[in-house]
Write a protein that binds this ligand. Structure first.
Ligand code: ZN
Length: 294
């Protein structure tokens, strides 16, 4: 029997199908996908190659209500989307937090060989997924990993959640221009421009990245002290597009602030496909059991 995996990202949605092999069959804008999920999936699967789907796993970049099967898209002009019901037409549906799916993907299909693995995404927001002693940590209602709302700053900076001085209010892609403004008084269009200008030796941009790295080191040190990971892997556009600026510079700062042994820190192996491969793992019964064939 085959299975269907759907990763609803902030911008794009990836759809994968497994039936012995695993294949990514479609990438579509998330707005378009969420406006009519059923039609999009029917069209994607209409070539008839896969017609025996009985399991579905779905992840979404944003708050989920697993009991109601509802997703609240943070960056898309839709208030509340029922994601479970349209997918039930294809089989039993499992809804997974996106960072939880990503750590599962990295654990089973990435290149790591550790049983204590922490995945952190730094993109428009910041979140984490965690494997401890080979066990997936999902939390009470499946929403483990809101580490972006850990308090690490002291500038009285507003966070999108209504809180103050949270990690993602300083270091997410969306927040970096605000960090630049607060640190240097200079205006930057977006995070990409900060990295571009820093690469060209712009002092204000360099100072912004120094501030970002100071906060990142503090936040990662907290996570190391809490969870004792053997390895931390980073995903999300900010980390994936700028690993040299984001990873290397924070290692000494992490070491200085931890009581535990320092873990390895590196870019995630599966990059933008980590979430989808985690859903693939979930459909294969992992981490509890599994056929292991695909
Ligand atoms: Zn917050």
């Amino acid at each position: 029997m085959a299975f269907l995996c759907v990763d609803i990202g902030g911008t794009n949605t990836l759809i994968g199908v497994g039936n012995g092999d695993f294949e990514i069959v479609k990438e579509v804008k998330s707005q378009e996908f969420l406006e009519d999920m059923g039609a999009c999936l029917e069209k994607t699967l209409s070539n008839g190659k896969i017609n025996d789907i009985d399991r579905v796993a779905v992840a979404a970049a944003g708050p989920l209500d697993r009991d109601r099967g509802v997703f609240y898209p943070p960056n898309i002009d839709l208030e509340e989307v029922q994601i479970k019901r349209p997918l039930e037409a294809f089989g039993d549906v499992r809804i997974v937090n996106d960072c939880t799916a990503a750590v599962l993907g990295e654990y089973y299909y990435g290149d790591h060989s550790v049983d204590n693995l922490l995945y952190v995404t730094i993109s428009s927001g910041i979140g984490a997924g965690l494997i401890v002693d080979g066990n997936l940590v999902e939390g009470w209602n499946g929403n483990f990993g809101e580490v972006g709302h850990m308090q690490v700053g002291e500038d009285s900076r507003d966070c999108g959640c209504g809180g103050e001085d949270h990690w993602e209010a300083y270091c997410s892609g969306n927040s970096l221009p605000r960090t630049a403004e607060k640190t240097t008084g200079e205006d930057f269009r977006d995070a990409r421009q900060v990295f571009e200008k820093a690469g060209n030796g712009d002092k204000a941009a360099e100072k912004t990245l120094e501030r970002m790295n100071e906060i990142n080191a503090k936040a990662f040190a907290n996570l190391v002290n809490l969870y004792n990971p053997e390895k931390i892997v980073l995903g999300g556009a900010v980390a994936l597009n700028h690993p040299e600026e984001v990873i290397e510079p924070i290692l000494p700062g992490i070491k200085e602030q931890i009581a535990n042994e320092a873990p390895e820190v590196e870019k995630c192996t599966l990059e933008e496909e980590a979430v989808l491969h985690g859903l693939r793992a979930a459909c294969n019964g992992k981490p509890d059991s599994g056929c292991g064939c695909c």
